[in-house]
Design a binder for this molecule. Structure first.
Ligand code: SF4
Ligand code: SF4
Length: 435
């Protein structure tokens, strides 16, 4: 066992209201400089939707010459070595500014100085890059307006072939928010793809950083990161990314996005993991086993054997104590309600998510009550507004069983709390299916 410490985050998606406070405060703190206008270290994307940058989950399209194999290793795609390298360097398959969005502001002059007319004048969008008025045709959260109800190509892509199981009728539309930062992966492909060795993972807490002095602007990290969480600053010619607010973490205060989150949905903390299990977990052959394998790299900080190994590895005792108090291990491993984002990318992401249960929409015909009353809730899981298959494609490489188990646990907790809040005796019995 080789114990290492890692900063990690769990986000509870049922609590996200899509206010973008996290994105804006992060931007004010970290990317309010020239060359980073389009950059959002933290973004909150609409689901179903294309995300930011547009369509980043289409790995075939964006990984260019890279392939993160089932052995968990980043390799060059098929073809002669030099041809492959030449292909990567001349064609790194970078998202364009249109895939991020061209940053724009409003031209208030048109609003303030417009002559009296029949219709109210509006402030026109004006490009922050060219300074000219522009026609905005797409932006990162425009999927909000689609709400999963439009039978369009983008939705088909995001549902990944499950449209036949989902009736696209208006009352069955669904939408939720997915806040994203860099995953500070245990097996970071951004670092593996950097020809300059500029990207490194800090040994003490696993935060992944770009050494600005070493970066030579190759942008291999942009195509190498499956989550598209490295950005190119076109003014400095260097790559930049989320730093997990390490200057704040080092003095014991949380990341800006966590501290300012309106929904209080971000749990951060230290976890201990077994570095010897990382490559093995990333190399699991069957996608269906990936979630379980990735969960199993975490070590129980209350286990005396783990504590002894941590001491031998030089991890300070108060860090182990911090890991014991951290909600991250509890949510991922003790309660098993948090799931990784796209474990099939095999980079071992360290930002996990409690999937949204959302409102349970069934109405019980004879009483008119909604399905959130106890007894009705578990029956209603199968008719959730958000298809379990959709969540499974995001969090468990398509395996619906773990998602189903998490949703049932969340439903049990919701039912229990509802009883308490209504002054009823809570039903403590847990149906066998919840586990
Ligand atoms: Fe690197 Fe991307 Fe993983 Fe962040 S999410 S550590 S940028 S591979
Ligand atoms: Fe969601 Fe919190 Fe960000 Fe608001 S601040 S969008 S609630 S993660």
């Amino acid at each position: 066992m080789k114990v290492m410490a890692q900063m990690a985050m769990v986000m509870n998606l049922d609590k996200c209201i899509g206010c973008h406070t996290c994105s804006v405060t992060c931007k004010q703190a970290w990317t309010n400089r020239a060359g980073t206008e389009y950059v959002w270290f933290n973004n909150v994307e609409t689901r179903p939707g294309l995300g930011y940058p547009r369509g980043y989950e289409d790995q075939e399209k964006w990984q260019g010459g890279w392939k993160l194999g089932k052995n968990g290793k980043l390799t060059l795609k098929a073809g002669g070595r030099w041809k492959k390298l030449a292909n990567i360097f001349s064609n790194p398959k970078l998202p364009s500014i249109d895939d991020y969005y061209e940053p724009w502001t409003y031209d208030y002059e048109t609003l303030l100085n417009a002559p009296a007319q029949k219709h109210f004048p509006v402030a026109r969008p004006i490009s922050l890059i060219s300074g000219k008025p522009m026609n905005v045709s797409w932006s990162a959260n425009w999927d909000d307006n689609l709400g999963g109800s439009h039978e369009n190509a983008s939705r088909d892509v995001m549902l990944k072939g499950i449209t036949d199981k989902v009736k696209l009728e208006f009352e069955q539309t669904f939408m939720f928010y997915l806040p994203r930062i860099c995953e500070h992966c245990l097996n970071p492909s951004c670092a593996a793809s950097c020809p300059s060795g500029a990207i490194y993972k800090r040994a003490e807490d696993g935060i992944v950083l770009v050494d600005q002095d070493k970066c030579r602007g190759w942008r291999m990290c942009v195509s190498g990161c499956p989550y598209k969480k490295v950005y190119f600053n076109h003014k400095t010619g260097k790559a930049e990314k989320c730093t997990f607010c390490y200057p704040r973490i080092e003095v014991g205060i949380p990341t800006v996005c966590s501290e300012t989150c309106v929904g209080r949905l971000r749990y951060i903390g230290l976890v201990l993991y077994d570095a010897d299990r990382v490559l093995e977990a990333a190399s699991v052959e069957d996608d269906q086993d990936l979630y379980e394998a990735q969960r199993n790299v975490f070590l129980d900080p209350s286990d005396p054997a783990v504590q002894r190994a941590a001491e031998l590895a030089g991890i300070p005792g108060d860090w182990v104590e911090a890991a014991k108090r951290s909600p991250v291990y509890a949510l991922i491993n003790r309660y098993k309600v948090a799931l990784p984002l796209h474990p099939e990318y095999r980079t071992m992401p360290m930002v996990w998510y409690i999937p949204p249960l959302s409102p349970v929409v069934d109405v019980i015909a004879d009483t008119g009550h909604d399905a959130e009353d106890k007894g009705n809730l578990f029956a209603a899981i199968d008719t959730l507004r958000i298809p379990v298959e959709y969540l499974a494609n995001l969090f468990t490489a398509g395996d619906t069983k773990p998602v189903d188990a998490v949703l049932k646990k969340l439903a049990a907790m919701r039912s229990y709390m509802r009883d308490i809040n209504l002054g009823r005796d809570p039903d403590e019995s847990i149906p066998e299916s919840v586990g």
